[in-house]
Ligand binder design. Structure first.
Ligand SMILES: Cc1cc2nc3c(=O)[nH]c(=O)nc-3n(C[C@H](O)[C@H](O)[C@H](O)COP(=O)(O)OP(=O)(O)OC[C@H]3O[C@@H](n4cnc5c(N)ncnc54)[C@H](O)[C@@H]3O)c2cc1C
Length: 400
């Protein structure tokens, strides 16, 4: 008995995450017969957990310079053609509302599940099919058609869109399938690494940071030629918080991270002023005016200064030396928490092999890569979802 003939579609999308669902919806609404395949039991699980359950779905300051890629120009075309305002218009049409939290970051007022429902409704509007719990077993290409063998059926299409994401959070089903397919069809992979990820430390730094786990402080964190001013959080394993997550995407193993504590404060000036106004105040009390108590204690211990010393007894040079140590604090992470907790994977399918207008492969007509699997990695703050929407829209435009 011969095997059943493959199910034929105008387009097949691998991965029902942010990029895959959106691409499937747009292709379906443009009249394509489309199916979205995913091995997970539920679609778009990363949308669900994003932004603390409220999905930071875009950023008003979206521009190509907010993304890391070997080709910093690659993302420009797609980002210009599908903007944050296009996505908010879609949300408005679905009755969803949003607010700006900080730094252009837009969050959904409803739960992130409402965005997933919107994506599913959009897919249904275009009569796109969704097949979950479908394991992708093999992808082959012959005579202008892709054949996708799965644990369910076999599918055939002239247009294949790979949207299976990166390696971050393997517990949620992340796999390297996109990279495997890319390599199979002759694409290069820019080496991948965990990004937007906390740093871990060993030795004295580890003990010190763990001892004040939960304390936060505004910093300027610099590494790999980039610098970010935001909050930093001490954790039981090392350092986290927005400034650290941002700089982790640029950091290279072995490199030191330069920290400026309270970058908007003239620490030396403030200490000298306090010395003049309240000379009998202790150094500990003066520092507690600037930092959380536990951090102030740690700073003094690390700098070898007596907490009970009176400001009157300390020279201006000592106060300036302390301030200098806090504005040029070098820490050397032992590593990062890795893909286990990384928000994204940097690196991925080399953009040199893709059209920036359509995300289509330059090697194999009809093959497309979109979303996080591509070597385009956004900053923290909604940029990664905006790339998912924009690259999906670009690929959908081409295949329709
Ligand atoms: C904790 C957390 C919070 C985040 N918060 C934000 C935020 O607030 N704002 C923001 O912009 N970004 C955020 N991100 C990043 C954002 O979630 C991703 O950049 C985005 O989801 C990428 O979309 P994607 O569609 O390319 O990939 P994904 O959303 O990862 O989707 C990939 C899909 O492919 C499926 N898949 C994978 N391998 C296979 C396989 N072998 N076979 C079949 N299917 C497969 C997966 O099940 C998944 O459904 C966050 C990430 C994490 C981990």
């Amino acid at each position: 008995m011969s095997a059943a003939p493959p199910l034929e579609y105008d387009a097949i999308v691998l991965g029902a995450g942010a990029a895959g669902l959106f691409c499937g919806a747009r292709m379906g609404q443009a009249g394509q017969r489309v199916v979205v395949l995913d091995h997970a039991a539920k679609p778009a699980e990363k949308v669900r957990i994003s932004g603390g359950g409220r999905c930071n779905f875009t950023n008003l300051e979206t521009a190509a310079n907010r993304f890391i890629s070997q080709n910093p120009h690659f993302a420009k075309s797609a980002l210009a053609r599908y903007t944050p305002w296009d996505f908010t218009s879609l949300m408005a049409a679905h009755g969803l509302t949003w607010h700006e939290k900080t730094l252009g970051q837009l969050f959904c007022d409803q739960k992130s599940g409402a965005i997933i429902q919107m994506l599913l409704d959009e897919l249904e509007k275009g009569q796109g099919e969704l097949r979950l719990e479908t394991k992708i077993e093999a992808v082959t290409h012959a005579a202008g058609r892709f054949r996708v063998e799965t644990s369910g059926a076999t599918f055939s299409t002239p247009k294949l869109v790979v949207a299976t994401g990166g390696l971050s959070i393997p517990k949620m089903g992340a796999t390297g399938l996109a990279y495997d397919i890319a390599r199979q069809f002759g694409h290069d992979i820019v080496p991948t690494r965990a990004a937007l990820v906390p740093f871990v430390f060993t030795g004295a730094d580890h003990e010190d940071f763990a001892s004040i786990s939960g304390v936060a402080c505004d910093v300027r964190a610099a590494a790999g030629g980039a610098a970010f001013e935001e909050a930093m959080l001490f954790t039981h394993r090392g350092l986290s918080g927005p400034a650290i997550l941002q700089v982790s995407s640029y950091w290279q193993p072995g490199e030191a991270v330069a920290l400026t504590l309270l970058p908007d404060t003239d620490i030396a000036g403030q200490l000298k002023e306090t010395k003049q106004d309240r000379p009998m105040q202790t150094l500990a009390t003066a520092l507690e005016g600037l930092f959380a108590k536990r951090l102030a204690e740690l700073i003094l211990r690390r700098e070898g200064l007596a907490p009970a010393a009176r400001l009157a007894d300390l020279s201006h040079a000592t106060l300036e030396g302390l301030a200098a140590a806090l504005t040029s604090w070098q820490v050397r992470p032992a590593g990062t928490e890795g893909y286990r907790t990384a928000e994204v994977t940097a690196g991925g399918v080399d953009t040199a092999g893709l059209s920036s207008r359509t995300m289509e492969s330059r090697h194999v007509p009809g093959l497309h890569f979109i979303g996080e699997c591509v070597d385009v990695t956004g900053w923290l703050g909604g940029y990664n979802f905006q790339w998912a929407w924009a690259s999906a829209a670009a690929a959908a435009e081409r295949v329709s």
